[in-house]
Ligand binder design. Structure first.
Ligand code: NI
Length: 178
């Protein structure tokens, strides 16, 4: 297994639509393993393949709280096949938008169809924080970030901050390399 570098916004690679996988084969399982390891190390509760530069419809998640038994989830080609009219609001963050948070409204309950680690098709009902997390990760597969769900004013503020961070990092790296 290996830790993969996480792409941070703004970056055009985070705005692209990922392609479905034909099957969860050895290569996709290796990608899932690396993504899960990368997510735990970050640490984060979810990660989508485009965030590590792979344009495939693959996500991993684990919303277990500290002290609880880990509940790793591996999903390929996840689809929302049903959603409730009830809305929940959670403060969301993203490994691709470090240290930025905003409240996002999403359906509270969703039914998700996906291919699991063994390439079996599954359907699962999810609610609360898990439902929000999986919807956030599926968004990444369509080039959508959580800031795309908030006001353009707030989104602009967050993206300007991230652009500043990136410029500062690039300067520091140039200095270190000089
Ligand atoms: Ni994210």
């Amino acid at each position: 297994m290996a830790l993969l570098p996480i792409i941070t916004a703004p970056d055009p690679r985070l705005k692209r639509v990922a392609a479905a996988v034909d099957a969860v084969d050895y290569d996709v399982r290796c990608l899932m393993d690396d993504m899960l390891e990368t997510m735990y190390a970050a640490p984060g509760v979810g990660l989508a393949a485009p965030q590590v530069g792979v344009l495939k419809r693959v996500i991993v998640a684990d919303v277990a709280r500290a002290g609880e038994k880990p509940q790793p989830m591996h999903m390929a080609n996840p689809e929302i096949i049903d959603a409730s009219g009830d809305i929940s609001v959670f403060e969301e963050g993203c490994l691709s938008l470090p240290e930025q948070f905003a409240e996002v409204k999403r359906p509270n309950t969703v039914r998700i169809r996906y291919l699991d680690y063994e390439n079996e098709t599954r359907e699962q009902d999810m609610d609360g924080f898990l439902a929000t997390c999986v919807q956030h990760e599926i968004d990444h597969l369509d080039g959508v970030l959580f800031v795309d769900h908030i006001s353009s004013l707030k989104r602009g503020m967050i993206l300007r901050k991230l652009t500043k961070f990136k410029k500062a990092d690039a300067k520091a790296e140039a200095k270190a390399g000089a």
